[in-house]
Ligand binder design. Structure first.
Ligand SMILES: Cc1cc2nc3c(=O)[nH]c(=O)nc-3n(C[C@H](O)[C@H](O)[C@H](O)COP(=O)(O)OP(=O)(O)OC[C@H]3O[C@@H](n4cnc5c(N)ncnc54)[C@H](O)[C@@H]3O)c2cc1C
Length: 392
């Protein structure tokens, strides 16, 4: 079996497939974990997901992460860096001019689906985050939100997969399909030679639409750009994941235009990460100072002390966007042997473990722990977007 892409999804899937006894080769056109998985924040969130297929996956992932982190640490030993897993919880707030009712009813709806979402008064919220703007009007605490260092987590999946027998071929770009006697998919052609196999799993992040197309499939994945700001190191003053309730609207929106909403968190190294923007501008990686400025301004509304902080770094990445906002996991209905594990948009770090489990179970003919149908590439909500034309 060939997995295309050595990001967190390809790495997690390769590990789970190797565990099931499949012989796995990852082909990656660049270096390992050099795509979107190196450009995110590492939030493992249930809080930003409305009831539906993505929330179900996030709840499943949230059950998997703690044991997985312990398992990986045990397997990889002390010399491997910590995944910096922090089950710190998330605090979602509205400021005085925000829509407190919308946040409260969103949380109430999530609670009906088993999400732990605890409404807090402003004073209680400030006990959790003493440096929060006192002008907050409502807050909800999500104890199950957590955080990892995404590059280390992806490299850990990859190291574990290698130890289980996965072969990793770097610098090999997939450029076409190998056809069998009956014209069926029989492997991939790459810039480093041919890799015959029965199954190909496309885990190529925002490039998955293009990879699917050259392999004979069809998948509506497009890049959705996002900027992150990184402050210089400081004494810890942000203790949870803290974000403005308008973030949820930005995550769920289909708008091509620019949206910014604030997510603030500290990291183990002492930096503060400020995210994030969303816009559909293809793979244009140019710096947009207006976006950076808007993110910084919004972050200082949440935490006024940040106006004194200096920025160490700004970077952007491309989320793998699909039009119905649900990851795609399963076999292409028109191209037997071509499988997908992609389309996680802004949640692929968090959803990597559940994606890998669903894919490995389905490919093994087993019943996954959660129903796989909502993630199928054949689901009705994707049908009108399927085309063999190049994506953006
Ligand atoms: C600004 C920003 C913030 C984010 N924050 C979070 C967050 O807090 N929490 C969260 O869960 N998610 C977050 N995400 C989303 C998350 O980063 C992605 O969903 C996830 O990294 C996708 O992983 P992937 O393995 O599918 O893709 P990638 O990491 O992009 O890996 C795909 C790989 O495929 C390779 N590839 C592409 N084409 C080919 C080819 N033809 N041949 C061979 N290899 C190929 C690429 O080189 C790449 O290495 C964020 C994303 C962004 C941009």
């Amino acid at each position: 079996m060939v997995v295309v892409g050595a990001g967190i999804i390809g790495a997690a899937c390769a590990r789970a497939l190797s565990k099931k006894g499949f012989s796995v080769t990852i082909v990656e056109r660049g270096a390992s974990v050099g795509g979107t998985s190196a450009s995110g924040e590492g939030n493992l969130l249930v809080s930003d997901k409305a009831p539906g297929a993505e929330l179900t996956m996030a709840q499943y992932a949230s059950r998997l992460w703690p044991d997985l982190v312990a398992e990986l640490a045990n397997e990889l030993g002390r010399d491997f860096p910590s995944l910096e897993f922090e089950p710190k919880g998330g605090l979602v707030v509205t400021l005085a001019d925000g829509d407190a009712r919308a946040l409260e009813s969103f949380a109430a709806h999530q609670r009906e689906y088993g999400v732990r979402a605890e409404p807090l008064g402003a004073a209680e919220a400030r006990l959790l985050e003493p440096d929060l703007n006192p002008r907050i009007s409502s807050a909800v605490f999500y104890p199950d939100d957590a955080q990892v260092q995404p590059v280390i987590a992806a490299e850990a999946f990859l190291a574990s997969a290698r130890a289980l027998g996965t072969r990793v071929v770097l610098g090999a770009s997939v450029i076409g399909a190998l056809a069998g006697d009956q014209g069926e998919l029989a492997g991939v052609r790459t810039t480093k030679g041919d890799f015959p196999c029965d199954h190909v799993v496309v885990a190529a992040g925002p490039w998955s639409g293009e990879v699917a197309r050259v392999l004979g499939g069809s998948l509506p994945v497009a890049p959705r750009k996002g900027f992150i700001l990184v402050t210089s190191r400081m004494t810890q003053r942000v203790h949870h994941k803290v974000y403005d309730a308008d973030y949820v609207g930005a995550v769920e929106s289909d708008d091509r235009g620019l949206q910014t909403s604030t997510v603030v968190e500290s990291t183990a190294s002492g930096t503060v990460l400020i995210g994030s923007s969303r816009e559909r501008v293809g793979f244009d990686a140019s710096l947009d100072v207006a976006v950076v400025s808007e993110l910084a301004t919004k972050a200082t509304r949440l935490f006024p002390f940040l106006s004194e902080a200096s920025l160490m770094r700004v970077y952007c990445g491309f989320r793998p966007f699909v039009p119905d906002h649900v990851p795609v996991i399963g076999e292409d209905p028109t191209c037997p042997g071509l499988w997908y594990a992609t389309g996680h948009e802004g949640a692929g770090i968090g959803l990597a473990p559940s994606t890998a489990e669903i894919l490995a179970a389905t490919l093994s003919g087993e019943e996954p722990a959660i129903d796989a149908d909502p993630y199928s590439p054949a689901r009705p909500s994707l049908a009108s977007f399927l085309t063999n034309e190049p994506t953006e």
